[in-house]
Design a binder for this molecule. Structure first.
Ligand code: RFL
Ligand code: PHB
Length: 383
């Protein structure tokens, strides 16, 4: 088979890229290791920057998002005895929207299917070849047949564990491991707060997020090697009630439907292009989830890449040649913001570190310039 762009990985980056290219009349083929059902069911990101929402709307993906998305003016920051609301709309004129990655994935799969773009799910032994010459991707399809797709360009949207990154021989890697992880919990209970709560607590960070008017999402800081079997539902609700406690406020509880431990890391690999191979999303960079940047960065990468590839197929390589450098500027800004939010909110180090964190939190909620810096980054520097 021959196509213009073969995309490895059907997460949000791969699905959106093929949708954007399709709108420009550029053919692509998606190759994904998992089943479509598995990809759709992965519970991950929930918070969309203003620019992500605008982009999705502008390319025909706003219908359900506009009805089911929950627009928030800002977030709450808290520590024992204090809860403060940061109003991003007042500070920088931009809001954020809660709309699950599961829902974006569904919307994209429906749009791609309608447009008739081909995709291979349940592909195994996926391998990239000759990415600096005439690229191709080979794999074994769901029926066990060997397949080969030749293309002008290969885009690696295959996440942190995919093979694409390894096809760049002289890449450089920057990495930071954090001495903690998150226990993520999904529960059938109406949110107990109007907007997200990020809480510093001596027992560790806690966060209250949501997915819909009936489903809440919570996170607790735990050890990186935490045994999830040690966390009964009762223990989870007690820890959340303790860490999120605030005078006059009650945490509503409900049935826990999913719980898992998520590792935390910062990771950047450069360059994001090698010959005719481009990387986008988690294939090139990972941020800890505290700043809600991962999905938004993946969207920013593919928005830029779709423009660059479109121009390149029309004979102008300027944007494609600048892709890696341009994308990495946003990547490093978001890497810094995610590291900063993570460092400010999680218990680590000693009592001296705790006092520095509390000083930073007090500064962030009491100084307009400090609050504006958070709001500007969190709601997303315009694409
Ligand atoms: P994905 O979603 O990991 O998709 C990669 C796809 O590649 C496939 N793949 C392969 N396909 C073919 N051959 C192979 N050999 C392959 N190996 C892998 C995989 O099956 C998969 O389908 O990467 P993508 O598209 O770059 O998207 C990135 C986002 O998923 C990720 O950054 C976010 O989920 C991060 N994130 C958050 N981001 C936000 O912007 N806001 C948030 O609120 C937020 N919360 C989160 C998060 C991530 C979390 N976890 C679990 C890591 C909360 C959590 C808990
Ligand atoms: C989520 O709702 O899953 C979520 C929201 C904000 C974050 C991380 C995760 O910073």
């Amino acid at each position: 088979m021959r196509t213009q762009v073969v995309i490895v990985g059907a997460g949000p980056a791969g699905l959106l890229l093929s949708h954007l290219l399709g709108l420009e009349g550029i053919d692509s083929v998606l190759v994904e290791r998992q089943t479509a059902e598995h990809v759709q069911a992965r519970i991950r990101a929930g918070m969309l920057e203003a620019g992500t929402v605008e982009l999705l709307r502008s390319v025909g993906l706003g219908a359900r998002l506009d009805v089911e998305g929950m627009e928030h003016r800002g977030i709450h920051l808290q520590w024992p005895g204090e809860r403060h609301h940061l109003d991003f709309v007042d500070l920088v004129g931009r809001s954020v929207t809660i709309y699950g990655q599961t829902e974006i994935t569904k919307d994209l799969m429906v749009a791609r299917e309608k447009a008739g773009h081909p995709a291979y799910y349940s592909a195994s032994d996926v391998a990239l070849h000759d990415v600096t010459g005439s690229p191709s991707v080979t794999f074994v399809d769901a029926d066990g047949a060997a397949q080969r797709v030749d293309a002008d360009v290969v885009v690696g949207c295959d996440g942190f564990h995919g093979p694409s990154r390894l096809s760049i021989p002289s890449s450089q890697v920057w990495e930071r491991a954090y001495p903690f992880a998150w226990l993520g919990v999904l529960a059938d209970v109406a949110p107990s707060a109007d907007e997200l709560i990020y809480a510093w607590h001596p027992d560790g960070f806690a966060m209250h997020s949501m997915r819909s008017p009936r489903v809440s999402r919570f996170y607790l800081q735990v050890a990186p090697d935490e045994d999830i079997a040690e966390w009964s539902d009762d223990r989870i609700w007690t820890a959340l009630a303790t860490r999120l406690a605030f005078s006059g406020w009650t945490l509503e509880t409900g049935t826990i439907t999913e719980k898992s431990v998520l590792p935390m890391r910062s990771f950047v690999t450069t360059p994001m292009r090698h010959g005719n191979l481009y990387l986008a999303g988690d294939a090139a960079h990972i941020v800890p989830p505290t700043g809600a940047k991962g999905l938004n960065l993946a969207v920013a990468d593919v928005a830029l890449l779709a423009r660059a590839l479109t121009a390149s197929f029309r004979g102008d390589d300027t944007l494609a040649d600048a892709y890696s450098e341009t994308a990495l500027q946003r990547v490093w800004r978001c890497t810094h913001f995610s590291w900063w939010m993570t460092s400010m909110l999680h218990r680590h180090g000693d009592d001296f570190d705790a006092q520095l964190q509390l000083a930073q939190l007090r500064r962030t909620v009491s100084s307009v310039s400090a609050a504006t810096e958070l709001a500007d980054n969190y709601s997303g520097i315009p694409l």
